[in-house]
Design a protein. Sequence first.
Length: 185
Amino acid sequence: MWLRNPFPRFYPRVDFQIACDKYYGNPKDKSNRPNGGFTYVRSNLRTILFYRFWFMSRKTYPGNHDQDVLNKIKNDRVLEKIELTMRFLDTAYFGGFCERSKDFNKVCTMHANCCYGLETKVHDLKIVLEDWKNYTSLPPNERASASPSWRAPQNCRYYIEFRYSSTFLPDFQLLLTYQQTFTSY
């Protein structure tokens, strides 16, 4: 969900920029956990080659989601050879349910990541929109001193709590099993 114009927050002259499930404070740090739900891409030969490589890499990692494939290839030497510049977007500006933006004065977008199911995402994004409307309806002097917080995620929080409390278990299959169990109630 776009809350304010994100374009001023993009890095100039960078080929590929992507939001994160987990951001470690450095936009060049490849240990950041990207989220394919929000990208900003310059159209050029480097990004065309990158997307072809990413698409072809699905064969190398069958059964993996495109985001998981990106996590596996983001350190590949092919990206150095094509001279792709990549940056990971700070969750302070590009927040999501995995890692919410804490500062309402900075946030540009909020993504329903770390959440399965359209109804669940829509429910929690409606809460985000309510929180945003409440914040933006404050007079400017109150807004500057306010310290609001997001009420969302609510329906998505079960997935997030489970995902980050089980770091020793295989991610994707376990989460899929948990999600199927949770939604059957």
